[in-house]
Design a protein around this ligand. Structure first.
Ligand code: GAP
Length: 543
């Protein structure tokens, strides 16, 4: 079973150095995260696997790394200045600020025709605050999601230095279309791939790294002749789906969802979302859109755009005329893909059952924790509901739910409740003895590929050989670490938890015949392999 709760993933990420809450020493900054030593390796591996698949393994793609700060006119002509916004309303009663279009859909059962219809419904008191039920809502106003900044040493107070942090990497590709076409002598169809940060002042960030205000995108703009767009679109939908599956994602957790007409962005002819079954439900992982000729036309000099100095078009030798290519855009999130691979790979299980007495004691403590949650005045209703539900489900399912309880151990709200310390006192001890957590990441994604241990750390000959193997494998390009800080069993457990596919143990036999044991994370089998053939045999398994 992949992770059933996001808490388990958050807890593992914090405990083992994948992802930390950002600026924690100053109390943090909501929904911002820092990738730690293992997280940065994992995310880099995801990005590398994407780049290899969409650039190196194909003949029709180029790479690009455009600037985050761009001329403001890019965002004027892309449409972002006018339309990249969410309609927000304020509840005068409880002071919450829900998205007005979501309230409309939830309460009227259909999409609104526009801001005017939402505001007519608010004025007629037909919409209620989703939090407190009041109909005392303010007129909905568009809230632009782009972060503003000022370029230059002096803030003049007007808009002359205004710039935006890009909300998508795509526009950097469109405005470089001519540069890539000319310098790389490309013929249609061809595409440009880019990985980079994007920023959106999201109203409702959350679910760990799923929706944040600063995130990384992996985007492709694939340029085709009009008329060839539909086949190219379908080919990209298939290729991108296969990429996730080839990296080990479970088929039953990945699906394609066709956007219906009301959802389509104004520029899109068709869009298919790849969705992953996250612990909080099916959610978008990547969107693959047919953007027609909208973007290149929008940025080309012409009656609608007197500011551009270029015509972004292509001379078609067959037709002997200029055409504006259509664009297929597979747009993925590096953070979201990383989170999905983590959820999919995560597995925790009871390796043996604790005694009935220990289980009963723990159940009693969890139930009393659940009761305390309800009595707390300083927790909001949503947190009370979340923790109360978790406590009831965990108590009901013990001892099988012990791994899930361990996932709660880093939950800041749970830790504010005194009795939770007692829960942890028992659960941490039982967890250590009775549970096993494994990240079954594809070996190409694992932060560390090989861990090398000497059987005894106070035996210099074993240590020297083990350190030498570490150095040699690392020099061969396999991410390798050396560890002698515990008994072998404990070291295996630690590496399983972070997804290391291979552990090598150097023992006394190694000194005689130059072989080591290679332990496989997934099968837990151990084979003796000669030191001389280690690099080639491991590399073959990582492919
Ligand atoms: N150029 C098209 C575009 O940006 P999008 O659906 O808004 O389309 C594409 O974003 C992908 O970027 C999403 O499928 C998701 O993986 C990622 N993404 C978007 N907003 C995000 C956010 N606030 N936090 C994390 N990832 C996000």
């Amino acid at each position: 079973m992949p992770a059933s709760s996001l808490e388990s993933i958050v807890s593992l990420c914090k405990r083992r150095g994948f992802i930390f809450p950002s600026s924690a020493v100053y109390g943090g900054l909501g929904s911002t995260w820092d990738y730690g030593p293992l997280g940065v390796e994992l995310k880099n591996n995801v990005k590398r696997a994407w780049w290899k698949s969409v650039v190196y393994d194909r003949d029709d793609m180029e790479g690009l790394d455009a600037a985050i700060l761009m001329n403001r006119l890019v965002w004027k002509y892309s449409g972002h200045e006018a339309t990249f916004s969410d309609p927000m309303t304020d509840c005068r009663n409880c002071k919450s600020r829900p998205r007005a279009d979501h309230v409309f859909v939830a309460q009227k059962g259909r999409e609104p025709k526009g801001l005017a219809e939402i505001n007519a419904a608010i004025a007629a008191k037909e919409l209620k605050c989703p939090k407190c039920g009041s109909t005392d809502l303010t007129e909905a106003r568009p809230f632009n999601l782009m972060f503003k900044t000022t370029v230059g040493a002096v803030d003049t107070g007007d808009d002359s230095g205004l710039a935006y942090l890009r909300p998508e990497t795509a526009q950097g590709i469109f405005v470089n279309f001519g540069n890539v076409l000319d310098t790389m002598r490309r013929k249609l169809p061809f595409g440009v791939a880019q990985i980079g940060k994007a920023f959106r002042n999201e109203i409702t960030p959350g679910n760990f790294t799923f929706r944040t205000r600063e995130f990384e995108q992996m985007e492709i703009e694939y340029f085709v002749k009009p008329g060839e767009d539909e086949a190219a679109h379908q080919a990209w939908i298939d290729a991108r789906t296969q990429w996730y599956l080839d990296l080990g994602m479970r088929k039953e957790n990945l699906r394609q969802r066709e956007q219906d007409r009301t959802e389509l962005a104004h520029y899109a002819k068709r869009c298919v979302d790849l969705e992953y079954r996250f612990p909080m439900g099916w959610s978008e992982l990547e969107g693959i859109a047919n953007r027609t000729d909208y973007d290149l036309s929008a940025h080309s000099r012409g009656p609608k755009n007197p500011d551009s100095v270029e015509e972004l078009r292509y001379f078609d030798q067959e037709q002997k005329k200029h055409i504006v290519p259509y664009v297929i855009e597979p747009s993925a999130g590096a953070d979201r893909a990383t989170l999905a691979f983590l959820c999919d790979a995560y597995e925790d299980s009871l390796v043996k059952e604790p005694s009935a007495e220990d289980t009963a004691k723990l159940r009693e403590l969890v139930l009393s924790f659940g009761k305390s949650v309800d009595k707390r005045d300083n927790l909001d209703a949503a947190t009370k509901e979340r923790l109360g539900k978790a406590a009831a489900e965990i108590a009901d399912g013990l001892p099988g739910t012990l791994p899930r309880l361990l996932g709660l151990s880093d939950d800041a709200d749970a830790n504010r409740i005194e009795v939770f310390k007692k829960v942890r006192g028992v659960s941490d001890k039982l967890g250590e003895e009775y549970t096993r957590t494994v990240l079954r990441l594809h070996p190409r994604l694992s932060p560390i590929t090989v861990a090398v241990f000497p059987l005894k750390k106070n035996e210099p000959r074993l240590v020297e050989l083990a350190r030498g193997i570490k150095r040699d494998l690392q020099a061969e390009g396999l991410r390798t670490v050396y560890d002698d800080t515990g008994a072998i069993g404990k070291l295996y457990r630690r590496q399983d938890e972070i997804g290391t596919p291979f552990c090598l143990t150097v023992d006394f036999q190694s000194l005689e015949d130059q072989t080591v044991t290679v332990r496989d994370r997934d099968t837990m089998t151990q084979d003796r392999v000669s030191v001389a053939s280690l690099a080639s045999s491991l590399r073959a398994k990582v492919k």
